[in-house]
Design a protein around this ligand. Structure first.
Ligand code: GUN
Length: 288
């Protein structure tokens, strides 16, 4: 059984991003900058945004987290995002999810200008992705593709099953696998006989957000299993959507939680940020 740990892949990407950040700073006389918006006091979101900030600084970028209380109105946050859109010193903008209910996702998706949308959630990016066009790719699915590629898991012609259809993970994951010539089965909470469909998969991506949903009976022997879930157990440990110990007996490759998908998401976010910075500065030079 092959353990698909992020460490070597995430590290390789971080080294490359650091080199590009250094070159960018020399060439343009400023550091690339990531601005993160955090609304409310959700503990997990605070930890995630803190990690994003620390990594950006480690790689030589500038970073700011702009925090708002839960009571903030969507209009106030939108105004702040518009200022960041117009700020020439800001290269990447990210609005941490989840947001309070009064924020309508269908509105928020349009706030960040596509050229600074390093999460790649803007409908323009989603549309390009679903048409198989070059675009910014959402960090978690793009990180999973890097993980599969690093461990030489072949995708072309294989059956890939994605459990989950969120706009952040499930949908873009299915689009990327399809673009890589997999035959994709997309499952969700209304799917009938999830187990029978999952058992057809050579590659099973589990992004259901339900701790321990997938046990060994969901796995085709020899399959590759990617666990996107992250949950804290009552004794304080982190676990995923997959029952690791028993699934590892049947699968040929499996990603651990923690140490699998999570670090990949962060690395791709940094790569998207330097990429956004390079594109914008090059376009500006071209126009000057
Ligand atoms: N919340 C959970 N995952 C993500 C992510 O990739 N980006 C943002 N902005 N929020 C998240």
């Amino acid at each position: 059984m092959l353990l698909l740990t992020a460490k070597p892949v995430a590290e390789k990407i971080r080294v490359e991003v650091k080199r590009r950040v250094h070159l960018f700073s020399q060439q343009f006389g400023r550091r690339p900058k990531l601005s993160v918006i955090l609304v409310g006091d959700d503990n997990a979101s605070q930890i995630y945004t803190q990690r994003k900030g620390e990594l950006a600084l480690q790689l030589g970028m500038d970073h700011e987290t702009i925090t708002f209380p839960k009571s903030v109105t969507p209009a106030e946050v939108r105004n702040r995002v518009q200022k960041l859109n117009q700020d020439p010193g800001v290269d990447g903008i990210l609005i941490q999810r989840p947001l309070p209910k009064k924020f309508l996702e269908g509105d928020v998706l349009f706030w960040i200008s596509p050229e600074k949308d390093v999460d790649a959630f803007h409908p323009q990016h989603a549309g390009e992705l679903h048409l198989g066009l070059p675009t910014f790719e959402p960090c978690t699915p793009a990180g999973i593709m890097e993980l599969l590629s690093h461990y030489q898991i072949s995708i072309q012609g294989k059956v890939a099953c994605v459990i989950g259809r969120s706009p952040i993970v499930g949908q873009p994951m299915a689009a990327l696998l399809l673009k890589a010539d997999a035959t994709v089965i997309q499952c969700h909470s209304k799917t009938q006989d999830l187990k029978a469909l999952a058992r057809q998969a050579d590659i099973l991506i589990v992004a259901a957000g339900k701790a321990g949903l997938v046990d060994a009976t969901y796995i085709k022997p020899g399959a590759t299993v990617i666990d996107v879930g992250i949950h804290r157990t009552s004794d304080g440990k982190l676990t995923g959507d997959v029952l690791f110990e028993e699934v590892a007996q049947v699968a040929s490759a499996i990603s651990p939680v923690p140490g699998g998908v999570g670090p990949m998401t962060l690395s791709i976010l940094m790569r998207n940020t330097i990429h956004a910075a390079e594109i914008r500065e090059r376009a500006r030079q071209h126009l000057a």
